[in-house]
Design a protein around this ligand. Structure first.
Ligand code: SAH
Length: 293
């Protein structure tokens, strides 16, 4: 009998805490995820994200592609754009006080949590299915000396340990495509204080296109996720006391990130599916900010 390595043991533990076999698969996916496109970008300044960027590419900062150090400048630029995405999410949380608690649902390696704490000085609680991600985020919080305020735990975001009304604001930063939206928004609605703010930044398929395009299906297969439509987001929010205050179509703002990334040595093979689906209108990158009423 072979002795399972640490990763296998951890997978087993995480799978046991997952509510469904699918969640066990997602926990495994993120426990094994170590793509340079995420880690090398995070190494730039210690903010580790698992999401995409927005905004115009700074060509002057990139410089000449044939000049020495170009790949490092490109990585720094992609990272600047993914942190700009987080800044926009935080801009939409509304006024937050130091004594407030924020909840990051599907927190990954914790980049958004750290930025939220740095901006508002408040407590931030994150949940992820992945032990490895939670360990990573907590380690990073300790390194920064903010571990009394920023904490990640392994937990299903559809069933969190937070008290009803505890959160002044909560969000999903590219993590809502792993769950049923009615279940998700019921839980956000429960933990949010009345008047609290919920924000999601997500890719969604566009009902104007008709059905999920082949590109959207490719993205689903690549990430083992289930991209919802814009219509589903708005309906599930309406059904759960979340009233949209702001809806921003970020598609034109995220395309430069993808087009730049596609030229880099960090490509993962999914770049064309994003670029094609954003261009043919079948897929959109959306921010929705909603009030808990
Ligand atoms: N929000 C982070 C990570 C996005 S990656 C960022 O912006 O960097 C998707 C994340 O969703 C992963 O951390 C994964 O563990 C988490 N996730 C997916 N389904 C989940 C669930 N049911 N409960 C908690 N986290 C979940």
């Amino acid at each position: 009998m072979s002795v399972p390595d640490v990763t296998t043991v951890r997978d087993t533990i995480t799978s046991a805490t997952a509510a469904t076999p699918y969640q066990g698969d997602i926990a495994r996916y993120w426990n094994h995820e170590a793509r340079p496109v995420n880690l090398r970008l995070g190494d730039v300044d210690g903010l580790y994200h698992h999401h995409y960027g927005i905004g115009d590419v700074d060509r002057a900062a990139l410089g000449d592609p044939t000049a020495a150090g170009y790949e490092n400048r490109l990585i720094a630029e992609l990272h600047r754009l993914e942190s700009a995405q987080t800044s926009l999410l935080l801009d939409n949380l509304g006024p937050i006080r130091r004594e407030d608690t924020l909840v990051d649902a599907g927190c990954g390696r914790g980049g958004t949590m750290v930025m939220a704490h740095q901006r508002f000085g408040c407590g931030v609680e994150g949940v992820t299915l992945s032990v490895k991600q939670a360990d990573f985020a907590n380690h990073r919080a300790r390194e920064l000396g903010i571990d009394t305020s920023v904490r990640a735990r392994v937990c299903n975001m559809l069933n969190t340990p937070f008290a009803s009304g505890q959160a002044a604001a909560s969000w999903n930063n590219e993590s809502s495509m792993y769950v049923d939206l009615h279940d998700l928004f019921a839980e956000h609605s429960r933990i949010l204080a009345p008047g609290g703010r919920y924000v999601t930044i997500t890719g969604c398929w566009n009902p104007v296109y008709g059905q999920p395009s082949k590109w959207v299906s490719q993205i689903n297969a690549h990430f083992e996720c289930n991209i919802h439509s814009r219509r589903e987001y708005l309906r599930a929010m309406a059904d759960n006391r979340l009233v949209p205050q702001t809806v921003i179509d970020l598609t034109p703002q995220t395309l430069p990130y993808w087009e730049l990334r596609a030229t880099s040595g960090l490509v993962t093979g999914i770049e064309d599916a994003f670029i094609n689906s954003y261009k043919d209108g079948s897929f959109q990158y959306l921010l929705i900010a909603a009030d808990r009423v």
